[in-house]
Design a protein around this ligand. Structure first.
Ligand code: NAP
Ligand code: G4F
Length: 334
């Protein structure tokens, strides 16, 4: 960490994790820069409202020169590559786009950092530390449980395959060029800022609406899949900790507990006083995925031992927090 004010550049700043990470870094005294894609991006205003001190740059992970410009303007000590097409179900219908952004975009960003260091940082590849947002989706159908850093990767979707590419490319840049490049293999993490396409937020939003008499039904796909769900605010702290280590490395970040979608629905409905929710939930076969990841549960002992990281928010607290936030938002007509 330099003695002057540290600087970070974050791709995916408009997403759930980007916002929590920006808040964390600002609180730690960083100058924070973010990459926002597209013209008139509707989420740009959200970033400007929630984290007004962040400096925004227009850029896209598929556009190398835009990333080089952002790097030159920010001169970061740390780059957090959070940008991705991140919705697994969408990745089957848009497999080529997912590959361009979620897979090749990682290579483009790594290469942009390498070129930036060569041209503007005295060829010092250690001048910029790099974090890659890898995913437990990479484990997919792996028979091992719980999953750890050396578990076989067996992705089950174009998204998962793309994340495996980005993960190995990050390791390869570390091994080939000595870059300080770390990869966080994060299990599902959620919050009131989670996109409404993901199951936790879809459930919290619908349960809140049903409890207020604004809706009656929630359509869901596979209720039996199991996920290791944590709180996004806890997980961005792990990202930061990885880049504070002397040596770059890969870490699983997880709670070590797994719950089914059925458990999630049950906890959410019980939180608003509805014990028998069977009449409110409809099974929609269209929401079943071409290939499912049946069960994820992570072993984060390495992160606990090396980073001193552990999750603070438990499953029931997380679900209650999300339902309460959606009730409050719906009450104010948001
Ligand atoms: P998210 O809310 O979906 O945010 C994704 C971000 O990527 C958004 O800011 C989005 O911008 C940006 N993006 C999409 N296409 C881009 C492009 N072509 N160029 C630049 N940026 C682009 O995801 P999240 O939950 O915050 O997750 C952050 C990262 O962690 C992602 O890489 C995700 O795959 C990974 N991850 C997430 C979890 C989880 O459970 N949340 C677990 C493991 C790994 P727009 O707002 O403009 O769309
Ligand atoms: O909430 P999900 O869409 O998250 P998924 O597929 O686990 O992916 C998320 O976590 C990954 C980490 O493991 C990230 F890398 C990724 O970017 C993303 O953030 O679905 C969770 C489970 C699946 O098994 C799905 O089949 O919920 C099941 N599900 C059942 N009904 C549903 C629905 N998922 C969604 N989104 N919508 C449903 O109606």
């Amino acid at each position: 960490m330099p003695s002057s004010q540290p600087t970070a550049l974050v791709t995916g700043i408009t997403g759930q994790d980007g916002l929590y990470l920006a808040e964390l870094l600002l609180a730690k005294g960083y100058a924070v820069h973010g990459v926002v894609r597209g013209q008139n991006n509707p989420r740009r205003g959200l970033v400007e409202r929630l984290v007004p001190d962040v400096h925004l740059h227009t850029g896209d992970l598929t556009d190398m020169s835009s990333l080089l410009r952002a790097l030159r303007a920010a001169r970061p000590d740390e780059v957090y590559n959070l940008g991705a097409v991140s919705y697994v179900a969408y990745s089957w219908d848009n497999a080529a786009l997912t590959t361009d952004v979620t897979a090749k975009g990682v290579l483009t960003m790594l290469e942009a950092v390498r070129l930036h260091c060569a041209d503007h940082r005295g060829d010092d590849l250690g001048a910029v530390r790099f974090y890659q947002a890898s995913s437990s989706e990479m484990f997919g159908a792996s028979p091992e449980s719980p999953q750890h850093e050396r578990t076989l990767l067996w992705p089950r979707s174009p998204y998962g395959v793309s994340k495996v590419f980005g993960h190995h490319m990050t390791i390869n840049y570390r091994e080939s060029y000595g870059m300080h490049a770390s990869s966080g293999i994060l299990f599902n993490h959620e919050s009131p800022r989670r996109g409404e396409e993901f199951v936790t937020r879809k459930v919290s939003r619908a349960v809140a609406a049903i409890s207020l008499g604004l809706a009656d039904e929630l359509a869901l796909g596979n209720l039996e899949a199991q996920r290791d769900w944590g709180f996004a605010g806890d997980y961005v702290e792990a990202m930061w900790l990885m880049l504070q280590q002397e040596e770059p490395d890969d870490y699983v970040i997880a709670t070590g507990e797994t719950h089914s979608i059925r458990d999630l629905v049950d906890v959410a409905f019980r939180h608003v006083g509805i014990d028998d929710w069977s009449g409110h939930v409809r099974h929609d076969p269209a929401l079943i995925r071409p290939a499912e990841v049946d069960r994820l549960v992570g072993d984060a002992s390495k992160a606990r031992e090396v980073l001193g990281w552990k999750p603070r928010v438990g499953f029931e607290e997380l679900v209650s927090m999300m339902v309460d936030a959606d009730v409050a938002a719906l009450r104010t007509g948001w």
